[in-house]
Design a protein around this ligand. Structure first.
Ligand code: CP3
Length: 343
């Protein structure tokens, strides 16, 4: 698998590529399947359909890896917080965790209730061609905690940050209980057949450096250490979005993962100079360049010029695909990267 080789910095015939949120509403085929089940969470729970939409981008775009179709929020959902995806408003939890008493809602062993995810993985792996990797994933404890504390997405993270400063012990308790679940959740995904795992920390950039290392990155590193010690052959990708302002701080600490996801807000040359020796880098085309073919090609050329054609790079977007991006350009993007990065 070219994607797995690249995660391990081995030589590959070209730079492998996949796209964050490559399964989704920009594909009419996705919308058709989604319409059949109705609710987004029902799609995540429907093994046959979730597997089908996981495979769609492989058939349509021909990317080098498929990513499990699910959502980071199924973990807090199965920990006992009711969850709804409200149209045009995004995810909303029915209860949120704001004090010690709220912690009583949280149930242990949520990972055992996520068998629909493991079944989707085994079914998908059995259908996926042998040269394509299947990526499993989870949300990072900090990002999941913000949803559980705010009850929904947020621009300011007021409740989460208030807790961080005024009741850090409670926040650590929430983060620890999430980490305990996520270790076993990723482990179960690996046992079901994923070839790599990715940890999404979408709201890493909401914290200042020291707070991020104490409340965010610490827990990612713990999870990665657990997985690495048991499954050293499985590459681990970490995507801490919004940390460009303190990228240097990741250089001199002990970490347990292989690939660093670079978001589109970070200058890739700068990232390469700082982290390129320590990690394989994944990223970071600004997704909106896909609106325009020339802008896309210019972005691709720039990234390949910076990263060269040697090992050490996985091509991706710097954040997820958007629902109205043109699929024709997404298809061309995959072909373009493959041609332009040919060794
Ligand atoms: O990348 C993939 O194709 C795999 C599937 C995947 C989804 N969500 C499917 C999804 C993955 C890896 C995620 C991760 C995820 N989910 C993150 C981290 C990555 C990031 O984008 O920063 C976050 C923060 C979430 C939480 C979440 N899920 C939000 C905020 C939303 C609503 C936003 C939106 O686009 O409507 C979702 C819903 C969601 N997750 C959709 C998909 C395809 C759209 C659902 C639909 O209406 O069909």
């Amino acid at each position: 698998m070219i994607f797995i080789d690249a995660c391990k910095r081995k030589e590959t015939p070209y730079t492998p590529i996949w796209l964050m949120r490559q399964a989704g509403r920009y594909l009419s085929e996705y919308k058709e399947v989604r319409a059949k089940v109705g609710d987004f969470l029902d799609l995540c729970r429907n093994v046959e359909f979730a597997s089908k939409v996981t495979l769609q981008p492989i058939d349509i775009l021909d990317c080098d890896a498929a990513i499990l179709f699910s959502d980071i929020l199924v973990v807090p959902l199965e920990m006992g917080l009711g969850l709804d995806f409200v149209k045009n408003e995004g995810p909303k939890f029915r209860q949120c965790i704001r004090n010690e008493n709220d912690m009583k809602i949280l149930q242990n062993e949520a990972y055992k209730k996520l068998s629909y995810v493991y079944d989707t993985i085994s079914l998908t792996r059995s259908k996926l061609s042998k040269d394509k990797a299947l990526i499993g994933f989870c949300g990072a404890p900090w990002t999941l905690a913000t949803y559980m504390i705010e009850g929904q997405g947020s621009k300011t993270y007021t409740h989460s940050k208030k807790m961080l400063y005024s009741n850090p012990n409670l926040l650590h308790k929430i983060l620890q209980s999430l980490s305990d679940e996520l270790k076993l959740y990723l482990e179960s995904q690996i046992k079901a057949g994923v070839n790599a795992v990715m940890i999404f920390d979408s709201w890493a950039g909401a914290l200042e450096r020291d707070a991020y290392f104490a409340f965010g990155f610490k827990y990612i590193n713990d999870i990665a250490k657990y997985i690495k010690s048991k499954y050293p052959q499985i590459p681990i990708i970490v995507f801490p979005k919004g940390v460009g302002g303190f990228l240097g701080a990741f250089k001199n600490i002990e970490t347990n993962f292989d690939v660093f996801g670079i978001d589109w807000g970070i200058d890739l040359e700068y990232a390469k100079n700082i982290l390129g020796q320590n990690f394989v880098l994944q990223g970071n085309l600004e997704p909106c360049r896909i609106y325009d073919f020339d802008a896309m090609e210019c972005g691709v050329d720039n990234i390949i010029k910076i990263m060269g054609k040697q090992s050490g790079h996985i091509f991706n977007l710097g954040h997820g695909m958007l629902p109205d991006l043109p699929r024709e350009n997404a298809i061309k993007l995959i072909q373009m990267v493959r041609e332009k990065s040919k060794r």
